[in-house]
Design a protein around this ligand. Structure first.
Ligand code: PGU
Length: 442
């Protein structure tokens, strides 16, 4: 019976111990962990662990979106080695780091070569002067330096926020949305399986955001969720929510007792007047919102890596305890502080010269966006985004987005991102990234 429980009965392999020792070992492990295989096993010549796979991975439908696009691009290149591929796919910056910001990175690296300048582990929350500078230069004093947690990027912070929320919460997302919110919810075990027809995971609240509602959800008919992910300007639709819309969102979250995770990674691309660049410009946000943000798209730091998360002091859990205190606990436990070299570069981003250099970079990418938009309009397609965000969202008039992705790759050697990769609500659209070099957009 014990052998049956542990599954060892079927093991007829040389790695198994002799019968007497085996039965003792089996008995011991059977009491310790009766429902699991106790030892590694070899099947079809492959050594396997006795560790059960985290079942949440089985719920994920495919690999992470962007490596999947990369895989298809590489397969095409392998079959067509002379192809000159134009990439309007992943939102990855392409222009060099400007000179003043670069000098900050270089200075940070050089310091490490001197006895006086050398530093080892830093504060897990980031260097004090950088936290101060983020609070003053980007939030105009609306947040305190102690509420800013400096990190290695906003994607990583979303993962750490999920670790803090745990597996018991329900999450709401815009549909379509940046796939990290849903995928991390699945991996954390917050969701049920995906429904084959609706292509939605159970226990996630999908908030449709499309041309029919001007890319803002009807909150009056949206079920409550514990955590609401909202990205503005949005990836992939390019829509930027107005002040009134964000006020509605904050009021709704406060009323429902939800925590809003506001992703402002594209804030500096906003051109429209009076569109907020931070959720903390909205009254009431301090009792419901967390903001994740990043230098990736501001300053070409996608590979350099520096982001931050703002958790206001007023934000508390249902028992009245501090969310910031728990996020701090996560950062101290699983993060050892952002690179000191990179934090020196970030300081340079935020002084007068650095901010001016960032503006030049953003102008460059937004000019690309305008060109992509115009090109799509010229061929008679309906387009969204591209005016307050570096993404142009093209309406495919009912065509499948994966089919169109393949067709464009094969006939024009252009890489794009199919809207369906951002959730079922993205089907029928294609995302074009303006982070390409100018020649690609021409
Ligand atoms: N938040 C949003 C809304 C994003 O679109 C991205 C990057 C990030 C966060 C990540 O920022 P980091 O600070 O660099 O971690 N989105 C890109 C890149 C793909 C990816 O997997 O992050 C995109 O093409 O959508």
């Amino acid at each position: 019976e014990i052998a049956e429980v542990t599954g060892v009965q079927t093991c007829a392999l040389p790695i198994c111990a002799p019968p007497m020792a085996a039965s003792l070992a089996i008995a011991a492990t059977a009491f310790a962990a009766p429902s699991r295989p106790a030892v590694g096993a070899e099947r079809a010549g492959v050594q396997m662990s006795g560790v059960a796979r985290n079942a949440n991975f089985g719920k994920l439908q495919a690999g992470y979106l962007f490596p999947e696009i990369g895989r298809r691009r590489s397969a095409y290149l392998a079959a067509n080695p002379d192809a000159n591929i134009i990439s309007l796919g992943i939102g990855d910056t392409t222009q060099p780091v400007p000179s003043h910001i670069l000098s900050g990175l270089v200075a940070g690296a050089s310091k490490l070569g001197t006895k006086e300048g050398y530093s080892g582990y830093g504060a897990e929350q980031g260097m004090g002067p950088l936290r101060e500078k983020i609070a003053s230069a980007l939030y105009d004093g609306k947040v305190d330096a102690t509420e800013v947690f400096v990190s290695d990027g906003s994607k990583c912070d979303i993962g750490r926020l999920q670790m803090m929320f745990g597996s018991g919460v329900t999450s709401a997302v815009q549909d379509p949305s940046y796939p990290v919110y849903v995928d991390t919810s699945v991996i954390m075990g917050q969701t049920a399986d995906m429904d084959a027809t609706s292509k939605q995971y159970g226990n996630i609240v999908y908030m449709p955001c499309n041309p029919s509602n001007n890319f803002f959800p009807d909150l009056s008919s949206t079920p409550r969720a514990d955590v609401v992910y909202f990205c503005s300007p949005n990836n992939p639709t390019g829509a930027a929510a107005s002040r009134e819309q964000l006020q509605q969102l904050v009021d709704w979250c406060n009323k429902q007792g939800s925590i809003l995770v506001f992703d402002a990674a594209y804030a500096p691309f906003i051109r429209s007047a009076d569109v907020p660049k931070s959720i903390f410009e909205i009254e009431g946000a301090r009792t419901c919102a967390i903001e994740v943000n990043s230098f990736s798209k501001y300053a070409g730091f996608t590979g350099v890596r520096l982001g931050w998360t703002v958790v206001p002091k007023e934000l508390v859990w249902a028992d009245g305890s501090s969310v910031a205190a728990d996020f701090n606990r996560i950062m101290c436990t699983v993060f050892n502080g952002a690179s000191n070299v990179v934090q020196s570069g970030a300081m340079a981003c935020l002084d007068k010269d650095g901010l001016a250099e960032i503006q030049v970079l953003i102008d460059y990418y937004m000019e690309n966006a305008a060109m992509l938009r115009q090109a799509m309009l010229d061929i008679g397609l309906e387009v969204h985004g591209g005016t307050d965000a570096p993404y142009v969202f093209v309406d495919l008039e009912g065509k499948s987005s994966w089919d169109m992705f393949s067709e464009l790759l094969e006939t024009a050697q252009v890489v794009t991102i199919p809207g369906a990769g951002f959730g079922p609500g993205g089907e029928g659209f294609l995302r074009l990234s303006a982070f390409a070099p100018r020649e690609a957009c021409e």
